[in-house]
Ligand binder design. Structure first.
Ligand code: CU
Length: 193
């Protein structure tokens, strides 16, 4: 004995046809979303790998501590003859050199920084000073600190087991105090000596 045959068995109709069409529409949309996300990943992966953020300014990691602008006695805040204020620092597992930076409030300060080992990064308090430090590249940005005060500068790129203890201090002081100190010594920092 066989089941009674329906008039159009196998061919969806009515509500089922509507549901099938909706399912198919969503399947197409989801595939398109996945394809565009994949395309974005491939583009940024290939493009950014060939062109790192900040500027493509390279530095030799192997001679970083021996010669060039990132030797230890050239680190800290420098007041150039042209009046530009440049802070140079190096990150390494698990500290920044110098450990304490001095900058003036209210005038542009240029940072030049790099890493000697892993990828590090830093952000200074609640300011917009925020960059990654990639070995072999010099990260450069210019910012102005609006207010005086002490800021913390933690590493914000996971760099190993000591990452959580990797941070420095930044003292933002008045321009008068800064220029008085800058004219007295070559490279400024607030590291206790
Ligand atoms: Cu870190």
């Amino acid at each position: 004995m066989s089941a009674p045959a329906t008039p159009d068995a196998g061919a969806p109709h009515g509500a089922e046809a509507v549901a099938n069409a909706a399912e198919r529409r969503w399947a197409v949309i989801v595939v398109l979303i996945m394809a565009s996300l994949l395309a974005m990943m491939v583009f940024t992966g290939v493009h950014w790998a060939a062109m790192p953020p900040s500027r493509v300014e390279t530095v030799d990691v192997n001679t970083l501590h021996i010669k060039g602008e990132f030797v230890e006695n050239n680190l800290g805040t420098a007041l150039g003859k042209d009046g530009r204020i440049v802070v140079r620092l190096v990150a390494q597992q698990y500290s920044f050199t110098p450990q304490c930076l001095v900058v003036p409030a209210g005038i542009p300060v240029t940072f030049r920084a790099t890493s000697s080992d892993a990828i590090h990064g830093f952000v200074i308090g609640r300011t917009n000073a925020n960059t990654m430090l990639v070995p072999g590249f010099v990260s450069t940005f210019t910012t102005t600190f609006p207010t005086q005060g002490k800021q913390l500068m933690p590493c914000h790129e996971y760099c190993g087991i000591g990452h959580e203890a990797m941070w420095a201090r930044v003292q933002v002081i008045s321009q008068e105090a800064f220029f008085a100190r800058a004219s007295a010594s070559g490279r400024l920092s607030c590291v206790a000596r």
